[in-house]
Design a protein around this ligand. Structure first.
Ligand SMILES: [Zn+2]
Length: 338
């Protein structure tokens, strides 16, 4: 199959053309977080022929993801495959001509410079404002465009951030709306809201990558697919007193280490206090007397009492069954080591 055949219908579209398609093929994109929105936007842009796609995700596939996370299947959930790996495998099955770089990692101030390096555009597929502020700081400091996107319930919201031109995330949300904002856990989520927001995000990405900057939307767009409410807030210019894009204070890039994070929508805590490789075979032997243990080459799972611990090869762990970071930390210290 030739690239001419594969992309023929897209090249026919006047906004793309042969030159646009060539530019897409030369582009490097980074999808930060590969849950529902990340899956949908990565799938669209991989099919559209973006040359290199880096996919960063810290989590593994679970049955409750399958309703909306379109790059994963039942087998991925049974095997607890890390989402970045599962996404790369799925994309390779429908477009083996592009390069996909899966990164099983949590984006932190310590690794953001490495993980987001050399990208033409960053796409938000995260589920939390902490990571979004980190991406925003990096994008403004390095002058890399990024596209914010979020969905919860039947509601979706998205905004293009063009450093040096438009408002940034901190212009619109100076402080994290945490506490007042609903989560997937409390409100559920419709897969159609996800796909709509990801479609808009992917289209804005195409415009940017082919050089159609005059077509880019310069508003914060939100809609509710259930109530049909829709709104747009002007975001063409930075807020004059924005700490991030005007005063250029990158507090999130300088942020302290984040030893524990409670994941969105789940009764679980992430631990990544230290980075050290774990030998799964050896760890499995050590844990056997204390509970049920199972591993493949990608993850090790350990069940004890009401807790389920998932260990990654770099020593990071997700502990399910608690939101108490002290309990999670003591389980980790006891069974994995401190
Ligand atoms: Zn700003």
């Amino acid at each position: 199959m030739t690239p001419e055949e594969r992309y023929s219908r897209q090249v026919l579209f006047r906004g793309i053309g042969a030159e646009g398609q060539r530019r897409l093929g030369a582009a490097r994109l980074c999808v930060v977080g590969c849950g529902a929105i990340g899956s949908a936007v990565a799938s669209l842009l991989a099919r559209a022929g973006v040359g290199t796609l880096r996919i960063i995700d810290r989590d593994y596939v679970e049955p409750s993801n399958l309703q909306r996370q379109s790059l994963f299947d039942e087998n991925d959930a049974v095997e607890s495959v890390p989402k970045a790996i599962a996404a790369a495998r799925k994309i390779a099955a429908f477009n083996s001509e592009i390069v996909v770089e899966p990164q099983v990692a949590d984006l932190t101030p310590a690794n953001v410079g490495t993980l987001l390096a050399h990208s033409d555009l960053l796409l938000d597929g995260t589920d939390n404002f902490e990571t979004r502020y980190l991406v925003n700081d990096y994008a403004i400091e390095q002058s890399v465009p990024w596209i914010y996107a979020a969905a919860v319930g039947s509601y979706g919201v998205t905004m293009n951030i063009l450093p040096g031109e438009t408002a940034c995330l901190a212009c619109v949300f100076p402080a994290s709306p945490r506490g007042v904002v609903e989560t997937c856990d409390t409100s559920g989520i419709l897969n159609s809201a996800v796909n709509l927001v990801a479609s808009i995000q992917a289209t804005e990405a195409l415009k940017l990558l082919v050089g159609a900057r005059d077509r880019l939307r310069r508003t914060l767009l939100s809609f509710d697919v259930w109530t049909n409410e829709r709104s747009e807030i002007e975001a063409a210019d930075p807020r004059p007193d924005c700490q991030t894009c005007v005063q250029r204070e990158f507090i999130h890039l300088e942020g302290q280490g984040r030893p524990h994070i409670t994941l969105c929508g789940r009764n679980s805590v992430q631990i990544h206090e230290r980075e050290r490789p774990i030998d799964f075979a050896e760890m499995s032997e050590r844990l056997k007397p204390h509970g049920i243990v199972r591993h493949n080459e990608l993850v090790l799972k350990f069940w004890r009492d009401d807790y389920e611990m998932t260990l990654f090869p770099d020593g990071r762990a997700i502990i399910k069954g608690t939101t108490d970071t002290a309990i999670a930390r003591s389980l980790y210290a006891r069974y994995v080591g401190s």
